[in-house]
Design a protein around this ligand. Structure first.
Ligand SMILES: [Zn+2]
Length: 64
């Protein structure tokens, strides 16, 4: 089973431009792409939601 590595360190995203230092990903803690463009972070959050870790987050009443 190689699934053990799934939740360890995020892998480098080599398909992003490597030397774009104007963009920084806080999830990977490295330059190359923006946090908002990080599809690995997005997938990670979706996984957390699906597994119930974020079920207590209350999105209602935020713009009250
Ligand atoms: Zn990233």
């Amino acid at each position: 089973m190689e699934d053990k590595n799934l939740y360890k360190k995020p892998q480098k995203q080599s398909n992003f431009s490597r030397s774009d230092n104007s963009k920084y990903c806080r999830f990977h803690r490295e330059n190359g792409h923006e946090t908002s463009k990080c599809y690995q972070l997005r997938g990670y959050i979706e996984k957390l939601i699906m597994e119930g870790y974020l079920k207590d987050v209350d999105f209602e009443g935020i713009d009250d």
